[in-house]
Design a protein around this ligand. Structure first.
Ligand code: ATR
Length: 279
């Protein structure tokens, strides 16, 4: 029987997940589908609570439903529990709804692929931003054993809330002290929307940052953000954000369709072309 999965959220029209999973379904010749299912906020709780009746074997969850989806699951993995948010759901053999959060794994998978050995070189990380993506990345860094994760955000109170969730590894810092902190940073991560097409660039003087420090951005349009370009010009290793989007999709596909897919160059090119972003 055809196995059906989908991206659920509101809106879902912009999601690249159908393209990614569609590529893997075709590549592996699997009898499966991956569609878009728009779930209006007012009906979200009913939808996830009655997921077994949806006809889907599982789904991805995007904004604004990651928290409500987690609350509707019968069981969560460590990441989803720590974040209070799920982006990947599936039904187990007895029909129980299981939830995982793979955003952090996507972040780790991207760095592991593009900058192997980065974790052995990272004692102290600086995360800019304190939204949903930052939450996943702070979890990821802590789970990989990074000793210190500092969080700076325009709204300091949000950085503090996030740091509290992952204390004592995580700590909020004021944006005003970044020059000092950069001098002791091994990994710099931008999770804000600054640098995205149509947004102002992130205005940060990188000169205090040690030249071997790795710089990465979750923004992938443009692929090389002004931050990444400035870092590259100063000789830092850089990793773009596209791989996080691609790698977060891997565990869901494996759950629903039984094959662990690869993030390869052809997939990167396909998604970049669809985004209209030059490689
Ligand atoms: P995501 O799920 O992608 O993390 P989000 O939850 O909306 O998205 O978070 C966006 C992040 O970008 C936040 O940290 C936000 O800062 P605030 O918490 O102060 O809103 C940050 N951000 C967005 N626009 C910004 C700007 N113009 N200057 C600085 N930070 C900005």
């Amino acid at each position: 029987m055809t196995r059906r999965a989908a991206i659920t959220g509101f809106p879902v029209a912009h999601s690249r997940s159908p393209l990614i999973h569609g590529y893997w379904l075709k590549h592996h010749g699997i009898d499966g589908t991956y569609d878009r299912v728009a779930v209006e906020p007012a009906t979200a709780e009913t939808f996830y609570r009655a997921f077994a009746k949806s006809g889907l074997v599982g789904c991805n969850v995007t904004v604004p439903h990651k928290e409500v989806a987690a609350a509707c699951c019968d069981e969560l993995d460590d990441a989803a529990r720590a974040m209070g948010a799920a982006n990947t759901l599936w039904l187990d053999d007895s029909g129980r709804l299981m939830g995982a959060n793979t955003d952090g794994l996507g972040f780790l998978g991207n760095l592991d692929q593009q900058a192997p050995g980065w974790d052995a070189r990272t004692k102290s990380a600086l995360v800019l931003g304190a939204g949903g993506a930052a939450r996943a990345i702070v979890w990821a860094l802590a789970s990989r054993g990074v000793e210190k994760v500092l969080i700076a955000n325009r709204t300091l109170s949000k950085a503090q809330d996030l740091a509290d969730r992952f204390a004592p590894v995580a700590k909020a810092v004021s944006w005003d002290y970044l020059a000092d902190i950069l001098g002791r940073t091994d990994l710099l991560v931008n999770t804000t929307s600054l640098g995205m097409e149509g947004q102002p660039p992130l205005d940060l003087d990188l000169s205090p940052l040690p030249v071997e420090a790795l710089v990465t951005d979750i923004v992938y349009a443009p692929l090389v953000t002004p931050l990444l370009q400035a870092a590259r010009d100063r000789g830092h290793p850089i990793v773009d954000g596209l791989g996080m989007l691609l790698h977060q999709a891997v565990p869901g596909f494996e759950r629903w369709f039984g094959v662990r897919p690869e993030v390869d160059d052809a997939l990167r090119r396909l998604v970049l072309a669809d985004l209209g972003v030059s490689p």
